[in-house]
Design a protein around this ligand. Structure first.
Ligand code: SF4
Length: 327
């Protein structure tokens, strides 16, 4: 993993006020509201780092990644990649940016076409982006298969012939074959056995070093995110409530939601006792999120102001941001 240089360099990606709302329609097709999947999220991503995104399932972290890549169109906001707003691009410019920004999906099997051989599937992105002649494309696929730890004869096989871990290697190969700079990893190890997870995480790290990649790494498992991330953003109900360098977040979590999440992470030392913070109530519906602080319906420290005013994001220590009236 490269050392983060957030003080010295311009960010590679700046996301500002990103919103993604999904319209909800009634039985007669009339609009009955909007699901606020991502609501006013801002963060920056620096070249060579891994920015982990965590939160409970349904908090909007996967939608955030997909919206940045425009696999789904944004409702509002900006995503500036190397001085270009991705949301304003079309045609050739969008295609060029998409070559530099790739995605690895959670379920490798459902994202692979069962009727196609691995080789032709991996050549497809090269054809779309008009990279190389036929022979060069085959050579490139062979090279990337080797990089992700697969064998040359795997080129001729079908997805069902592979294990879960091998399929995720194929998913990674498909993202990397066009030589991207930024990879959005959407829960890439969640569907794998624990024993395989660490192999795949190590592969992600090894390839990051070798290919100078930048990762936006979405996961709900805090231990995984801690292991791989330089910085972590914590999402709740479509909003980023805290973001900080990994060490700072784990040693001094500031937001009550982050504190509750961290309290549930097991410590591999039986002599260290930790009190688990159990949050009361269900996560509210993103169709009708609470006013004021979105966490106030479950927060153990809720105050009057929390029910009325949205807390602004404040920098409490270097690169450690939190949105909470306690701070
Ligand atoms: Fe809890 Fe209030 Fe902070 Fe929200 S703003 S997390 S309700 S203390």
């Amino acid at each position: 993993m490269l050392t983060k240089l957030t003080e010295q360099i311009d960010p590679m990606l700046v996301v500002k006020g990103l919103k993604k709302y999904f319209p909800v329609k009634g039985a007669l097709g009339q609009s009955t509201g909007e699901v606020k999947a991502v609501n006013n999220v801002s963060f920056q991503l620096y070249e060579g780092e891994t920015f982990g995104l965590v939160g409970e399932s349904g908090c909007g972290k996967s939608t955030l990644g997909r919206t940045i890549l425009r696999l789904t169109e944004p409702t509002n906001g900006e995503a500036i990649y190397q001085n270009k707003n991705i949301f304003h691009l079309s045609g050739m410019e969008l295609r060029n940016i998409r070559q530099e920004m790739q995605m690895v999906f959670q379920d490798p099997y459902s994202s692979l076409n069962p009727r196609k051989r691995i080789g032709s599937m991996l050549e497809e992105p090269l054809t779309i982006h008009q990279i190389g002649l036929r022979q060069e494309r085959t050579e490139r696929v062979m090279e990337i298969l080797h990089k992700v730890g697969l064998q040359p004869d795997h080129y001729y096989r079908y997805p069902h012939e592979f294990s879960g871990g091998q399929r995720q290697r194929i998913g990674l190969a498909r993202a990397l074959v066009v030589n991207p700079k930024l990879v959005i990893c959407d829960e890439p190890v969640s569907a794998l056995d624990v024993s395989i997870q660490s192999q795949i995480i190590n592969l992600f790290q090894q390839l990051q070093d070798e290919l100078k990649l930048t990762y936006l790494f979405v996961a709900h498992d805090l231990s995984v995110v801690r292991h791989i991330s330089d910085r972590i953003g914590v999402m709740y109900l479509g909003q980023m409530v805290e973001q900080a360098p990994t060490d700072s977040l784990f040693s001094s979590p500031l937001h009550p939601y982050t504190q509750a999440l961290l309290s549930a992470v097991p410590i591999p030392n039986p002599n260290v006792k930790k009190e688990r913070i159990i949050l009361k109530g269900e996560i509210p519906s993103p169709l009708n999120p609470p006013r004021g602080c979105i966490f106030h319906t479950r927060c153990p420290f809720v105050m009057d102001i929390c029910r009325k005013e949205i807390p602004l994001e404040k920098e409490m220590s270097r690169n450690h941001f939190v949105s909470c009236h306690l701070h």
